[in-house]
Write a protein that binds this ligand. Structure first.
Ligand SMILES: C[S@@+](CC[C@H](N)C(=O)[O-])C[C@H]1O[C@@H](n2cnc3c(N)ncnc32)[C@H](O)[C@@H]1O
Length: 647
C-alpha cells in the first residue's frame, strides 16, 4: 500500500528533494525487495505514431505531420509508441538482447519532423547553452510536444480523464527561490514553458486547415489548457508518453528504492453485458512499481528517471535531468556542500579536505573517482599504464593505487577532490591565482576528467542514436572509435571511473555480438580463431566483473543487476554457446549473480532463459558445432589474461 502525499507533510525526510508545492508517493506498509507496490494502467497515452502507409510514402516530412494531425483514429493509434524523449526507460537500454528499441521501418521518427524555419531561428538565437546534448534534447522535446498535440487533437480525453490529468499540474515556478540551485531549477522550468509555447506555434504553422489540430488551436482558453497538458507531459510522461494517476507522482532519486516495469501486459476478465455472464479476456497495458530494496512504512518511494546513467557521475546525471526533465536533482546523492571547506581551503591544506569529506560523504561523487593526482602524477593528461588498469592483486607486488573522490559540482572549479590515502585536497587553480606548478598540474587532472566525462557521454548518446535511429554503427571504424574512447576514459580517468565502465561495457557488447555472428556461421573455425575468441570472452568477463565491483562501490540501494543483467546474460549465452562443459559451467556461475534479480524483476520468458543458461552444462555437450580437442577453455584463458587489450 502506498499513497500520494504532499512532500511538506511527510514525517520522514524526503530523499528526493526539498518540498515546494510538490507531491510524492509514500509507503504506508513495509515492503521487501521485489514486492509489488502498485500496478497501474495509464490515465492517458500522449504520444503519436505516424507509421501509416501514407506517411511512409510521402516525400515531404512536414506533409507527414499534416497527415498525422488530420489522421482519423484508425491511422493514429494511441497505443503505438513513437520514440518520444523519456528518461525512464529500463536500465539496460542498449542491451545485447534488447527488445526495447524496435522501430517500425516506416515509422516517422522525431528527427524526421522538420520544424518551421521561423521556429528554428528562434531556437538557435535563444540557445545560450554551449552544451550540444542539451540543445539537441530541447529540439527533440519540442518535436515530441508537437506529436503530443497531434495525438491530443485526434484523441481528445474525456472530461473525467482531463480533470484527473490536470491534478498533476502544479505551478511550482510561482514559488520564490533564493539559492543558486533553485534559480537553476526555475530557469529549467521556464525553458519547458517556452518549449510548450513554441510547440503550439509550430502546430499553428504546420497543421492543415480545418484539421482536428487547427480546430483545437482556435480557442485561447484551450490553448492555455494545452500548455498545461504539455507541461504535465514534459514532467510526468513515462516511455511512450504514458501518464499515470499515481505512478506519475513518484519522484526521482539518484539512489532510488523502487523500479518501474513498464508496458507489462495484464489480462483482465470482464463480464460481458450482452451475453449471459460470458467473460471476455482483455489485454491491458499496465506498469508495475516494485520495491528495489526493503522499504519501511512512511518512507518516500522513489525511482530513477535516468536509465543506465543512474550509475554515472554527478555532472552527467544532472545534465540529463535538466535536459530531459527540466529540473535540478536535489536528492541526497546529489546534495552539494553548503559550507565547502575544501573550496575555501588553500590547495595543499590537506587536513581541511579530510575533515570536510569525512563529515559530509553524501556530497562525494564516488562514480567519478580517479587515481589521486597527487599520489600518482600524470605525464601530461595521461596516467601511467599500471595505474590506469589497477589490476587486482598487484598490491602484493608493491603497488597500490590511491583514489581521489571529487565533490558534486558542474564546473571543474567546483569539483575539488580528496584522497584519504595522502589526506590531500586537490582543486583547480584559477588562472592568476598563484599555486605551485605541481598544484596546477594536479588541478588540471580535474579539468581533464570533466572533459572526458562530457566526451564519453556525447559518444554514448550518439551510439544510442545510431542504434535507435537506424544508423550504421556496425562499421569497423565505429568500433575503432569506441575503442579509442575506451582508451581515453581509461588513461585519463582510470579503472574506477564510470566513463571507463560505460565504454568498456559498450565495447564488450560489440565484441560479444561479433563472436555470436562468428559462432553461428558455418565457416570452419580454426584453432587460432578460437584462441582469439577465448581471449575476447575472457576480457569481456573481466570487464563485467569490474563493472559489478564498480556498481557495488557506489553503495546504491538497488542491485547492480538492474544495470548489468543484459550484459551478464549475453556473456553467459556466449559461454554456453561454446559448447564445452567447463565454459558452460563458467556461464552458470555468471547466471548465479542475476538469478535472484531475475526472479524478482524479470518476466517469465526471461526467467526461463536464465534457468536454461544455468542448467545448460548439466544437459551434456550439445555443442554448437565448434571443434573439440586441443582448444583452451575459457577459465584457463581468463586466468592468464592480466591485461585488457585497449586497441
Ligand atoms: C513525475 S513528477 C513527480 C511528482 C511531482 N513531485 C508532483 O508533485 O506531482 C516530476 C517532477 O517532480 C519534481 N522532482 C522529482 N524528483 C525530483 C528531484 N529528485 N529533485 C528535484 N525535483 C524533483 C520535478 O519538478 C519534476 O519535474
Amino acid at each position: 500500500m502506498a499513497e500520494v502525499r504532499s512532500l511538506s507533510n511527510s514525517i520522514v525526510a524526503s530523499d528526493s528533494f526539498q518540498p515546494h508545492d510538490q507531491y510524492g508517493l509514500f509507503a504506508t506498509t513495509a515492503y521487501r525487495e521485489g514486492d509489488v507496490i502498485l500496478v497501474e494502467s495509464p490515465l492517458l497515452v500522449l504520444s503519436a505514431s505516424a507509421s501509416t502507409s501514407a506517411s511512409a510514402t510521402h516525400a515531404d516530412n512536414n506533409a507527414s505531420i499534416m497527415i498525422a494531425v488530420t489522421a482519423t483514429s484508425d491511422t493514429l493509434s494511441s497505443s503505438e509508441s513513437v520514440p518520444v524523449p523519456s528518461c525512464r526507460s529500463q536500465f539496460a537500454s542498449t542491451s545485447l538482447s534488447s527488445t526495447t528499441t524496435t522501430k517500425a521501418k516506416d515509422s516517422l521518427t522525431l528527427k524526421d519532423l522538420v520544424l518551421p524555419p521561423s521556429v528554428q531561428n528562434q531556437l538557435h538565437s535563444k540557445s545560450n547553452s554551449k552544451d550540444a546534448i542539451i540543445d539537441e534534447s530541447r529540439i527533440n522535446k519540442l518535436r515530441g510536444m508537437i506529436l503530443v498535440l497531434a495525438t491530443y487533437a485526434v484523441h481528445p480525453p474525456s472530461e473525467e480523464t482531463l480533470s484527473n490529468l490536470m491534478q498533476l499540474y502544479h505551478p511550482s515556478m510561482s514559488c520564490t527561490n533564493t539559492t543558486n540551485e533553485k534559480q537553476h531549477d526555475r530557469a529549467d522550468e521556464e525553458d519547458a514553458i517556452e518549449l510548450a509555447k513554441l510547440a503550439l506555434k509550430c502546430c499553428e504553422l504546420m497543421s492543415a486547415p480545418k484539421s482536428a489540430l487547427s480546430n483545437l488551436l482556435q480557442n485561447d482558453t484551450t490553448k492555455d489548457q494545452l500548455i498545461k497538458v504539455l507541461l504535465i507531459y514534459s514532467c510526468n510522461a513515462f516511455e511512450g508518453g504514458r501518464i499515470y494517476h499515481r505512478l506519475s507522482r513518484v519522484n526521482h532519486s539518484c539512489n532510488p528504492n523502487a523500479v518501474v516495469l513498464e508496458g507489462c501486459n495484464s489480462v483482465s476478465n470482464t463480464t460481458s453485458s450482452s451475453s449471459n455472464n460470458d467473460t471476455e479476456t482483455k489485454q491491458q497495458d499496465v506498469s508495475i512499481l516494485k520495491a528495489a530494496c526493503d522499504i519501511a512504512p512512511g518512507e518516500e518511494i522513489t525511482i530513477s528517471y535516468l536509465g543506465k546513467y543512474l550509475f554515472a557521475g554527478y555532472s552527467t546525471r544532472q545534465r540529463i535531468l535538466r535536459a530531459n526533465k527540466h529540473f535540478v536533482c536535489g536528492c541526497s546523492r546529489c546534495s552539494i556542500a553548503v559550507d565547502d571547506n575544501v573550496m575555501n581551503g588553500i590547495n595543499g591544506d590537506r587536513s581541511d579536505g579530510q575533515i570536510s569529506a569525512a563529515n559530509n560523504s553524501s556530497v562525494d561523487d564516488v562514480a567519478s573517482s580517479i587515481p589521486c593526482p597527487a599520489c600518482h602524477p600524470r605525464s601530461g593528461r595521461y596516467l601511467d599504464e599500471d595505474i590506469m588498469l589497477d589490476e587486482d592483486g598487484d598490491e602484493d607486488n608493491g603497488f597500490k593505487v590511491c583514489y581521489a573522490i571529487p565533490r558534486n559540482g558542474l564546473m571543474p572549479t567546483e569539483r575539488s577532490m580528496h584522497c584519504t590515502s595522502c589526506k590531500g585536497t586537490i582543486r583547480v587553480i584559477p588562472d592568476g591565482d598563484g599555486g605551485s606548478m605541481r598544484n596546477k598540474k594536479e588541478g588540471n587532472a580535474i579539468k581533464y576528467m570533466c572533459m572526458a566525462e562530457e566526451k564519453v557521454h556525447e559518444r554514448l548518446e550518439s551510439i544510442g542514436k545510431m542504434n535507435g535511429g537506424g544508423g550504421d554503427n556496425d562499421t569497423e571504424s565505429e568500433q575503432d572509435m569506441d575503442r579509442q574512447f575506451l582508451q581515453m576514459a581509461t588513461s585519463i580517468c582510470g579503472s574506477r571511473h564510470w566513463t571507463t565502465h560505460f565504454m568498456n561495457l559498450h565495447v564488450m557488447e560489440e565484441s560479444l555480438a561479433t563472436i555470436h555472428t562468428t559462432m553461428m556461421s558455418n565457416a570452419k573455425k580454426d584453432a587460432e580463431m578460437m584462441e582469439d575468441i577465448y581471449v575476447e570472452i575472457a576480457e569481456a568477463a573481466d570487464g563485467l566483473d569490474k563493472a559489478y565491483k564498480f556498481a557495488s562501490s557506489l553503495g546504491l540501494k538497488l542491485h547492480p543487476a538492474h544495470w548489468l543483467f543484459d550484459y551478464t546474460i549475453a556473456l553467459a549465452q556466449t559461454l554456453v554457446g561454446l559448447g564445452d562443459e567447463k565454459s558452460q559451467k563458467y556461464g552458470s556461475t555468471w547466471i548465479e549473480k542475476v538469478e535472484t534479480y531475475a526472479e524478482r524483476f524479470e518476466n517469465e520468458r526471461m526467467q526461463e532463459v536464465v534457468i536454461a543458461l544455468r542448467d545448460a552444462w548439466k544437459k551434456g555437450d550439445e555443442g554448437d558445432g565448434t571443434e573439440k580437442g586441443g582448444k583452451r577453455e575459457i577459465e584457463d584463458v581468463n586466468d592468464d589474461t592480466k591485461r585488457r587489450k585497449l586497441g
